[in-house]
Design a protein around this ligand. Structure first.
Ligand SMILES: Cc1cc2nc3c(=O)[nH]c(=O)nc-3n(C[C@H](O)[C@H](O)[C@H](O)COP(=O)(O)OP(=O)(O)OC[C@H]3O[C@@H](n4cnc5c(N)ncnc54)[C@H](O)[C@@H]3O)c2cc1C
Ligand SMILES: NC(=O)c1ccc[n+]([C@@H]2O[C@H](COP(=O)([O-])OP(=O)(O)OC[C@H]3O[C@@H](n4cnc5c(N)ncnc54)[C@H](OP(=O)(O)O)[C@@H]3O)[C@@H](O)[C@H]2O)c1
Length: 443
């Protein structure tokens, strides 16, 4: 029997387990290793920062009050809709706990929980003399090493957990709070304070918005590749990149300064797979066309290793599903792969295509076409990627109109065609992010 190891029980790992569980023809034995004590990956909130209760690097990067930053309709599982899960239409930008409930709802229905070895941190994946792979893991609950052999390995350990933390001169003697977004947990902690946010991507825009919403005195955003350019509310301003810090005074490239109490470095994450042997380790930057992955999934140097969700992400859960279906069908021998030279050619041509894309609208279409291509090669249900692409573009326009108000819009389910109701409270005033509050009919 074919033995498959899945590393990580976040959305990608759960997609992989679900793909196998959904296939009555599959006789593969699938085992998942998850270092946390529960599933859901980043969506499984933890208050911890630094090291977890076992001394492992804390995986969590999500914070309290985090609401989906994209429309839920754009990530809806094609075989398990939001209306099916919640029993009625709900608004388009759920808080973390609501999305967690949705992810777990499908996993529970699929019934593969007993295939997951929780509290197991994978330490090493290496080729063995039998032609397969040996996975060495640490059973954190029992504090002992375990090891097992597999024919295939699916790496689903995420890539938004190991901080990219650039140094700026003066950090050493900065007297305030200094953290990476990975360790940001509660915006209310900064009420009444002035905060510098470094970066110009999703974490920067959302952390700045959160700080404003939960009462920071002022937020100064600093970026190296131009301003985010949103129509910010009073209290949020943008500056060029900082050059250095003296005490609590930040100096920017245009010669201006600002005195701040705290710095949140929203400078992204590293693809980090310390547990993979050198010849099996993916090395790529955060882009749509990753290096070394044929069809964005199959590791070119060794086709028995797959990586899921390693792209930068417009599409998420439904793309992870499409990748998991594709990986499953490669493993089961239903999809024939071309030779290594052809795979490498595909990767470089695909990267060249991405490099030619002019703007974010083009990148949305690019990832939509990628996802559609995987759907077309498997029996994952078709879910109308043109509509999803359009909704991503509408969402981008809404953000341009109002970075604080874009979540107060309703989008269309690609499964049911239902237009989502508008949430009972505007995002900027909804301080309670609980599931009960979100699903209530009124505030
Ligand atoms: C702050 C933040 C907010 C986000 N918000 C959104 C959003 O609103 N909408 C959206 O669609 N996406 C969002 N994302 C993107 C997010 O990456 C995906 O939604 C999704 O969580 C990716 O799933 P994954 O399974 O690839 O990785 P993860 O969710 O990171 O899960 C990986 C799992 O692997 C486990 N693991 C790691 N290493 C090991 C090991 N050595 N041994 C065993 N287990 C291991 C981890 O414990 C974890 O459970 C957000 C990301 C961040 C950082
Ligand atoms: N639900 C939510 O509300 C929410 C909130 C936060 C994050 N997220 C998700 O989290 C994921 C990660 O987003 P992210 O913003 O953390 O990472 P990211 O998209 O990779 O962006 C990294 C940012 O760091 C900047 N940067 C990198 N090195 C730098 C340096 N040396 N100096 C200054 N700036 C530097 C980059 O600037 P350049 O552009 O110049 O390279 C970029 O702006 C995304 O999937 C996002 O959707 C979601």
């Amino acid at each position: 029997m074919t033995r498959v190891a899945v590393i990580g029980a976040g959305p990608c790992g759960l997609s992989q387990l679900h793909a196998f569980a959904s296939d009555p023809q599959s006789s593969a034995e699938v085992v998942c290793y998850e270092k946390q004590d529960d599933w859901g990956g980043l969506w499984n909130y933890s208050w911890r920062t630094g090291l977890d209760e076992h001394g492992e690097p804390c995986h969590a990067s999500m914070y309290r009050y985090l609401w989906s930053n994209g429309p839920k309709e754009c990530l809806e599982f094609a075989d398990y809709g939001f209306e099916e899960h919640f029993g009625r239409p709900i608004a388009s930008f759920p808080p973390r706990e609501v999305l967690y409930d949705y992810i777990v709802g499908r996993a529970n229905r699929s019934g593969f929980r007993d295939q997951i070895r929780f509290n197991h941190a994978v330490r090493r994946v290496s080729r063995n003399s039998g032609g397969g792979f040996t996975i060495a893991a640490h059973d954190l609950a029992r504090d002992c090493d375990v090891s097992d052999d597999y024919d295939y390995v699916v790496v689903a350990s995420g890539h938004f957990s190991t901080p990219n933390m650039p140094h700026y001169p003066g950090y050493e003697t900065f007297g305030g709070t200094l953290m990476h977004a990975h360790d940001f947990r509660d915006a209310a902690q900064f009420a009444g304070r002035t905060v510098l946010v470094i970066g110009s991507s999703y974490s920067a825009e959302d952390v700045a918005s959160q700080l404003w919403k939960y009462g920071a005195r002022s937020v100064v955003c600093s970026s190296r590749s131009g301003p985010m350019g949103f129509d910010w509310p009073d209290g949020i301003t943008e500056r060029p990149i900082l050059t250095h810090i003296e005490g609590r005074t930040v100096h920017f490239a245009d010669g201006t300064t600002a005195d701040v109490d705290a710095i949140v470095s929203c400078t992204g994450y590293l693809h980090h797979f310390p547990f993979m042997d050198d010849e099996l380790r993916l090395v790529t930057t955060n882009r749509l066309a990753t290096s070394d992955l044929y069809r964005g999934v199959v590791f070119v140097p060794d086709n028995r290793v797959m990586y899921l969700g390693m792209q930068d992400q417009w599409y998420t859960f439904n793309m992870f599903d499409a990748q998991a279906w594709y990986a499953r069908d490669v493993i089961l021998g239903r999809i024939e792969l071309p030779d290594a030279a052809e795979q490498a050619r595909w990767v470089s041509e695909y990267q060249a295509l991405e490099d030619q894309v002019a703007d974010d609208y083009g990148l949305i279409d690019f990832q939509g076409a990628y996802t559609q291509d995987l759907v077309d090669q498997t029996d994952y249900p078709d879910f109308n990627t043109p509509l999803v692409n359009k909704m991503f573009k509408d969402w981008k326009k809404h953000k341009k109109q109002s970075i604080i108000g874009y979540r107060d819009n309703g989008h269309t389910s690609p499964l049911t065609g239902t237009v989502a109701p508008i949430h009972h409270t505007a995002w900027s005033e909804a301080l309670d992010d609980s599931l009960e509050s979100y699903l209530a009919d009124s505030a």
